[in-house]
Design a protein around this ligand. Structure first.
Ligand code: FCB
Length: 479
């Protein structure tokens, strides 16, 4: 343990003056207006309308109606004094068939949103793809097909042309690991396919799409634009220091992290990943030059972090640990890691069942910075679900969420003190929203949403976070 790790949590920590303080959302989780102004279904519309896929049959048809209430939502951010807002664009709202010309009404929604943000002094950070592939592209094969990567490049150009004059911060993909391995591997996310090889093909075409997207953005955007990708990097910990458990951790690091970091930041797939998955595919879908296309200079690496990943070796045919965090899918989202078991650390957990461990965020930031020196980092998501209750007086008191965010911001501060260049923090999420296969059952918002009236009420954690954001000083909740 270093001296800094023993600092009392009650001490006030000052962040750099230009540190960005924001919240994050994603289009399908908040917008609603699923059939308005020419928007067509994305894979998440189809999936959520398929019985048995999402908790209690919930869908994003209305979500929290942000499409109609965005002015109120920007006003909320402004009242809280937040300096930045990360949102995503719904591809099928701006280019309904996933090809061809844009729908102006769709683009106008994002123009109005961005103008409203800028007028309130809030910096927009735009994510092009947060999992909602136009259904028409899935019908043509989806991410396992190369053409989807090419379409993504075209879509990036179209959005950059429309919004490049007012948005400076761009992210290509959000958590491509989830798109590939939960979408096409375990099937717990849209489009719900369970085909391991398709999942690996999807991963490659997401990498390629990212590269084509960055190329398109660079061609269309002003030179000072900031380009990033958001990865849910897994902080992988072996259950024991045995060579078998260390190898389990290496495999998960390969198919969870280095499958993206390799092509995007180093221009090649890791050799061990290719070896681990050789019994599944010869990777002949990777064409000459593809990984060079994926390898585009980035201005920032955006990291989403919630909980660490603890793994062990499990003998073939042996019993896997229960409660491994993969829901009820029988299909693994980890190709090449058939002999790996997943564990959840004892101790405190969020309402998702995710163990709370800010030290893993510190380790993740310091390790990533050591591997990619010179590449600034930003936390594009971090936060927690808890079972919030509205009190009789209408307020929501959520000290657990504030404590979670406080502990994680403390870890970020420690990483900065250790020399890591972290530029900002986006709390997931601004609002309670549609939490994918959990529907509306899990609340991550700093702002509570009543799903009957759609009324917004900032929780006590929002007021605490707002003070941190306004002052740039981290203080313990309640102090
Ligand atoms: C991330 C997603 C985000 C949200 C949080 C809780 O994996 O990017 O949309 O669902 O988890």
């Amino acid at each position: 343990m270093t001296a800094s790790e023993t600092r009392p949590l009650t001490a006030i920590r000052s962040f750099p003056p230009d540190f960005l303080w924001g919240t994050a959302t994603a289009a399908y989780q908040i917008e609603g207006a699923a059939r308005e102004h020419g928007r067509t279904p994305s894979i998440w519309d189809t999936f959520s309308h398929t019985p048995g896929k999402v908790f209690a049959g919930h869908t994003g048809d209305v979500a929290v109606d942000h499409y109609h209430r965005f002015r109120e939502d920007v006003r909320l951010m402004s009242e809280l004094g937040l300096g930045a807002y990360r949102f995503s664009v719904s591809w099928s709202r701006v280019q309904p068939t996933g090809r061809g010309p844009a729908v102006q009404q769709g683009l106008d929604f994002y123009r109005r949103l961005v103008d409203e943000l800028l007028a309130a002094g809030i910096e927009p950070a735009l994510t092009l793809y947060h999992w909602d592939l136009p259904q028409e592209l899935e019908d043509l094969g989806g991410w396992p097909e190369r053409s989807t990567a090419e379409r993504f490049g075209d879509y990036a150009a179209l959005v950059a042309d429309a919004l490049g004059d007012r948005v400076k911060r761009w992210t290509t993909l959000n958590e491509p690991w989830c798109s590939a391995f939960l979408g096409y591997g375990s099937g717990v996310h849209a489009p719900g396919r369970t085909d391991t090889v398709a999942a690996l093909r999807a991963a490659h075409h997401l990498n390629l799409g990212h590269g084509l997207g960055v190329q398109a953005l660079r061609a269309a955007l002003p030179a000072d634009s900031q380009l990033a990708v958001s990865l849910n990097l897994h902080e992988v910990r072996p259950l024991t220091p045995s060579p078998e458990d260390l190898d389990a951790a290496r495999r998960i690091d390969a198919v969870g992290n280095r499958i993206w970091l390799g092509p995007m930041l180093e221009g090649a797939y890791p050799e061990d990943l290719l070896a681990d998955t050789a019994h599944l595919t010869d990777w002949s879908f990777v064409r000459d030059g593809d990984t060079l296309t994926s390898h585009q200079p980035l201005d920032l690496l955006a990291v989403n972090y919630y909980t660490p990943t603890v793994v062990s070796h499990v003998a073939r045919g042996g019993e896997k640990p229960q409660d491994d965090g993969h829901g009820n899918s029988e299909h693994s989202p980890w190709p090449g890691a058939e002999d790996v078991g997943f564990h959840r650390a004892p101790g405190e957990r969020t309402a998702m069942g995710w163990p709370v461990d800010p030290s893993a965020l510190y380790d993740l930031l310091t390790r990533t910075a050591a591997r990619y020196p010179g590449l600034p980092l930003v936390i594009s998501e971090n936060g927690a679900a808890y079972e919030d209750e509205v009190r009789p007086d209408g307020t929501v008191h959520d000290p657990q969420r504030a404590a979670y965010v406080h502990a994680h911001l403390d870890a970020v501060h420690r990483a900065i003190a250790a020399g890591v260049d972290v530029r900002g923090y986006f709390l997931w999420s601004l609002l309670d929203n549609f939490e994918w296969s959990y529907g509306y059952a899990k609340r991550f918002g700093a702002v509570h949403v009543d799903y009957d009236t759609l009324e917004r009420t900032p929780k006590s954690s929002a007021h605490w976070y707002a003070r941190v954001a306004r002052t740039g000083e981290l203080h313990a909740p309640g102090s």
